[in-house]
Design a protein around this ligand. Structure first.
Ligand SMILES: *[C@@H]1O[C@H](CO)[C@@H](O)[C@H](O)[C@H]1NC(C)=O
Ligand SMILES: *[C@@H]1O[C@H](CO)[C@@H](O)[C@H](O)[C@H]1NC(C)=O
Ligand SMILES: *[C@@H]1O[C@H](CO)[C@@H](O)[C@H](O)[C@H]1NC(C)=O
Ligand SMILES: *[C@@H]1O[C@H](CO)[C@@H](O)[C@H](O)[C@H]1NC(C)=O
Ligand SMILES: *[C@@H]1O[C@H](CO)[C@@H](O)[C@H](O)[C@H]1NC(C)=O
Ligand SMILES: *[C@@H]1O[C@H](CO)[C@@H](O)[C@H](O)[C@H]1NC(C)=O
Ligand SMILES: *[C@@H]1O[C@H](CO)[C@@H](O)[C@H](O)[C@H]1NC(C)=O
Ligand SMILES: *[C@@H]1O[C@H](CO)[C@@H](O)[C@H](O)[C@H]1NC(C)=O
Ligand SMILES: *[C@@H]1O[C@H](CO)[C@@H](O)[C@H](O)[C@H]1NC(C)=O
Ligand SMILES: *[C@@H]1O[C@H](CO)[C@@H](O)[C@H](O)[C@H]1NC(C)=O
Length: 498
């Protein structure tokens, strides 16, 4: 089987899986950037990453135009500075809809309007206009006959839930009980979702050491660190689930059930100031990779196992104009010039057989091919010596041996070291000769740590390993085989449309 048909099949499989599990990972596109890339550049990044859902923090005309006919679903936002006048005037709300929504549909698939962001916790003075603003927007949609196409909600911060652990006892700050009651009634009546910005980075850093970082990063917890809700006896393997459940229980405390939580922002900063040691590329990569596979797995939270947790990763670009500490400007996967801060695979659907996703599946530490070869050799010697990487596979006669390829050889050693030590603070640096990638360097029988690793058998009896791009787990393998046996020949007979 050719490489092209294999990849075509994987893409097809991805599409099938996405629709089967019903859960999705989207991304936030913030624009507090001095050199904002053009809308078409942004779209091409989204396409490369196969991202199908975006959250805009405004209703930018150029973005909404560029998103037309892309198949990407769009959440637009009513910016905070327009909230007040919309909440005070039905006609302002109608104007807003007629200007920012109506002209773009149906070519641009706008499915949600987020009214403001964290309104109650950031501008409490606007609390009384929040629900009216949502109602006026909803009426305007109804008048435009768009109320079935577009849903209305408003993202809340975890700051609304003063004591979120244990989740079963969580409740919204009672100062806002009457607003929240109306808010939830609105969501219930309109079939909308509860939008939550769930940031374990803050839960962890503000927890002052109460929670282990592994809990925030979706990494396995040792038995003595397991986190159990004493009332429900639900086991929380990660803080993200605990936050989402805290929102469910807070709604329940006001007697609301059946409103799904939609996570409108979750991520991890890749860089911080001297007092922000946990904002690192490694942690950002681990958090976001695990978040993606956790969400795409399709299972919900311990309290709501049947409701997938759709999530918008925060965020596409580093926003250099955002106020606050250094970390605040470094939540992006990409630099504004379009280069990746680190390589995140949005399509990964592999989970380890563990109940907790393994930290680094699909993430590799490889030698930078532009690095100086003397420096690479020194780093290689260090990795295989003091670094205690297992370098047996790169010895003569072994699968990864390549006598004249220092980049390939060092890559194997760097990656082995990184996978052994990452959970305990090991990094992918090696004197700036190494870099992180999601492209699996495995080839033939040379399998890199973190690779899907298993040789999938394809219909023509050949094998593949070191899959590039999306990976699948064992339970999906049968579907994959089905796909390759039934779909690829079909496609071939139609002139290789993939
Ligand atoms: C827009 O998104 C919705 C929700 O996923 C989907 O059902 C619909 O088919 C999409 N519409 C278009 C025109 O793509
Ligand atoms: C609840 O919200 C009010 C108003 O913003 C605030 O003053 C108070 O400190 C909050 N309570 C808690 C426990 O966070
Ligand atoms: C929720 O319902 C229970 C039982 O009907 C009632 O006792 C309680 O007061 C209600 N709580 C709220 C916040 O409405
Ligand atoms: C892109 O931006 C990053 C971060 O500012 C910088 O390190 C990098 O050199 C830039 N790359 C190019 C090609 O301009
Ligand atoms: C799968 O589970 C078994 C038994 O717990 C364990 O030995 C093995 O290492 C696991 N494999 C992976 C890839 O996590
Ligand atoms: C999702 O994860 C759960 C537990 O982590 C696992 O039991 C289940 O098989 C996974 N489902 C899929 C479709 O991978
Ligand atoms: C690779 O090394 C070159 C030369 O030192 C450097 O300019 C480049 O930024 C490095 N690439 C990465 C991804 O670290
Ligand atoms: C080192 O890797 C080889 C395979 O490349 C494996 O057979 C061997 O058991 C590993 N040794 C250790 C100590 O992990
Ligand atoms: C993958 O297949 C190759 C070629 O058939 C074989 O040599 C190798 O041992 C296999 N690797 C694994 C991890 O099964
Ligand atoms: C997912 O990837 C891991 C790490 O490569 C692999 O060991 C595991 O078998 C895969 N999961 C399943 C269920 O195949």
């Amino acid at each position: 089987m050719t490489r092209e048909s294999w990849e075509g099949c994987m893409l097809l499989l991805m599409a099938l899986l996405a629709s089967a599990s019903g859960s999705f990972v989207g991304i936030n596109i913030g624009t507090d950037i001095s050199n904002l890339p053009s809308a078409s550049t942004i779209i091409s990044i989204l396409k490369t990453q196969m991202i199908k859902h975006v959250r805009l923090l405004d209703a930018d005309r150029q973005m909404l135009t560029a998103l037309a006919n892309t198949g990407i679903e769009v959440m637009v936002s009513v910016p905070m500075d327009q909230l007040l006048k919309i909440g005070e005037s039905r006609s302002e709300a109608a104007n807003w809809i007629n200007k920012n929504i109506v002209p773009y549909l149906p070519a641009t698939n706008i499915t949600y309007i987020a009214v403001g962001n964290e309104v109650l916790t950031t501008i409490p003075n606007a609390a009384l206009v929040l629900v009216p603003a949502m109602q006026f927007i909803q009426s305007a949609l109804l008048a435009a006959n768009l109320n079935f196409q577009v849903k209305v909600s408003s993202p809340q911060s975890m700051g609304m839930i003063p004591k979120s652990f244990p989740p079963s006892t969580a409740a919204f700050n009672s100062t806002w009980n009457s607003v929240m009651y109306q808010f939830l009634q609105f969501l219930k009546n309109t079939g909308s979702s509860f939008m939550l910005n769930a940031q374990p980075y803050y839960g962890y850093t503000r927890g002052n050491g109460i929670f282990p970082i592994d809990y925030a990063l979706f990494r396995s917890l040792t038995p003595n660190k397991q986190i159990v809700d004493p009332n429900t006896l639900f086991y929380y393997s990660n803080m993200f689930d605990a936050m989402v459940d805290a929102a469910y229980y807070s709604m329940q405390a006001l007697n609301f059930t059946g409103i799904p939580v939609l996570v409108t922002a979750s991520g991890w900063p890749s860089l911080g100031g001297a007092n922000e040691p946990d904002a690192t590329i490694d942690n950002a990569l681990v958090y976001n990779s695990n978040l993606v596979s956790h969400v795409l797995n399709g299972s919900g939270t311990p309290s709501q196992p049947n409701i997938p947790i759709n999530t918008y990763v925060y965020e596409l670009f580093n926003e250099n104009l955002r106020p606050g500490p250094i970390s605040e400007k470094n939540w992006g996967i990409y630099n504004p010039n379009g280069t990746a801060v680190y390589t995140l695979n949005f399509g990964s659907v592999n989970e380890s057989n563990d109940t907790v996703p393994s930290g680094l599946v699909g993430v590799f530490c490889v030698a930078n091919s532009s690095a100086d070869s003397t420096a690479l050799k020194e780093s290689l010697d260090w990795a295989c010596g003091p670094g205690s990487a297992n370098c047996s596979a790169i010895q003569p006669g072994q699968p990864c041996y390549e006598s004249d390829n220092i980049v390939a050889t060092a890559s194997y050693a760097f990656n082995d070291y990184y996978h052994r030590t990452q959970a305990n603070g090991g990094t992918c640096n090696f004197g700036n000769t190494a870099m992180i990638t999601s492209v699996d360097p495995s080839h033939g029988s040379c399998i890199f740590a973190g690779s899907m690793g298993s040789n999938a058998t394809t219909s023509d009896g050949s094998t593949t390993s070191g899959t590039i791009g999306p990976t699948v787990d064992g339970s999906q393998l049968q579907l994959l085989e089905w796909c390759c046996i039934h779909i690829v020949p079909l496609v071939l007979s139609f002139g290789f449309a993939l």
